[in-house]
Design a protein around this ligand. Structure first.
Ligand code: MG
Length: 395
């Protein structure tokens, strides 16, 4: 059974004073428009087969800028009517030829709708022709007469605040809207009210406080602050160093690339000093020991191992902590071989493992001017640094 989502974005949002009189659904929240965030929540949900947005006739350019590139399950926008009720009816009529079994109707101004809320509403529609997201009322409710004087307290047992999405069997809600229109039953503030008016049973599915409707300028400010807190990240930098001595052989491994040479580097694995230094730098960004701790030289299973394995393991550890590698940078200390001809191959090899573009992978080389062990051509050393963006933690 095909499931459609209808997002209602045709309102003018008069209660949220925004810069330049922009309708609030098009204002930016954390750099992304509210409407785009809402559309993305449904685009990414696997249970939604088609999405259409009802917009105001004046907002086509705003819509194209905000959502135009989304593609995929998103259909062409529908021009709404004078009221929310009209806009939903026009949206349902436009979606009707798609033959959808159920439809979830959602306010554009609720961008924080979660995957689980969408899932729960769809699940509710298996046992009922209408299922809406709602929250039980927890505050004590007062009814005020004139002059803000309380005349009574309202029993809150059994009271719920309706949110969206509100889900319906498609044919039933379209028919209810059409009938309400022809019988001039107007002024209903949500689609569940239309269903109730038409005698369709509606069940409640518990939503979440976070699924807030952004109505006032204050709501927008709080949402911005909440988003900043949720997406706060920090960048960490760490270094690594390695050196291996030469022994008799005919090639060296550097940066995951086999390079013909008059000697080879001695080591338990393939002795790739560049990847060893880089692996340690990555482990350093998450405080997770060093390469020798995770791959002890005493363990025979790593004898002759390709060091790219060690780099893959460090990348996995960073990814498990939600880290994103920003850039890595290496300096190779060697009198020979020449590194320049192999730089692009090293960048390609390392880039494939770390999912990084070449411009984020620095590979430099220097000789030691004949000074010290490396200068005497007794071995090759490498330095590495890595920068990783990680979700900010309190500790
Ligand atoms: Mg080493």
């Amino acid at each position: 059974m095909s499931t459609a989502a209808l997002i209602v974005a045709a309102g003018r949002g008069a209660r949220a004073a925004t810069a330049g009189g922009l309708p609030k659904q098009y204002t930016l929240l954390g750099g992304v428009s509210i409407l785009r965030r809402t559309v993305d929540a449904f685009l990414m949900h696997p249970g939604i087969d088609a999405i259409a947005v009802v917009i105001h006739g004046d907002d086509r350019d705003l819509y194209d800028t905000a959502v135009g590139s989304a593609g995929g399950k998103l259909q062409r926008p529908i021009i709404g009517g004078a009221t929310r009720q009209d806009s939903v009816r026009l949206g349902l009529q436009a979606l009707s030829p798609g033959g959808h079994g159920v439809v979830l109707i959602h306010d554009a101004a609720r961008p924080f709708v979660s995957d689980s809320i969408i899932t729960n509403v769809i699940a509710g529609l298996q046992s009922s022709p209408a299922a809406i997201t709602a929250m039980p009322v927890t505050d004590t409710l007062k009814h005020a007469g004139s002059g803000h004087t309380v005349d009574r307290t309202i029993e809150r047992t059994g009271l719920w605040r309706a949110q969206t999405p509100q889900g319906f069997h498609f044919g039933l809600i379209l028919d209810a809207h059409d009938r309400a229109h022809s019988e001039h039953a107007v002024g209903m503030t949500d689609d569940a009210a239309i269903a109730e008016w038409a005698g369709i049973p509606v069940i409640l599915v518990e939503g979440a406080e976070s699924n807030v409707k952004l109505t006032t300028a204050e709501d927008l400010r709080m949402a911005e602050a909440r988003l900043r807190a949720a997406t706060a990240s920090e960048t960490r930098t760490a270094s690594g160093y390695d050196i291996h001595r030469f022994t008799s052989g005919d090639h060296v491994w550097l940066g995951g690339v086999r390079i013909p040479h008059t000697q080879r580097l001695d080591g338990h694995s393939d002795a790739d000093v560049v990847l060893h230094a880089l692996t340690d730098a990555l482990l350093g960004t998450i405080g997770d020991g060093d390469i020798g701790q995770h791959f002890p030289p005493s363990d025979p299973q790593w004898k002759g191992a390709a060091s790219i394995l060690f780099l893959k393991d460090a990348a996995r550890r960073v990814a498990e902590r939600g880290g994103r590698i920003v850039n890595v940078d290496m300096t190779i200390l060697a009198e020979a071989p020449k590194i320049g001809p192999h730089r692009a191959a090293m960048q390609a090899t390392i880039g494939a493992v770390l999912n990084l573009a070449a411009e984020r992978i620095g590979i430099k080389a220097t000789t030691m001017e004949g000074l010290g062990a490396v200068g005497r051509q007794e071995g090759i050393a490498a330095l590495a640094t890595a920068s990783v963006e990680l979700p900010r933690t309190d500790s």
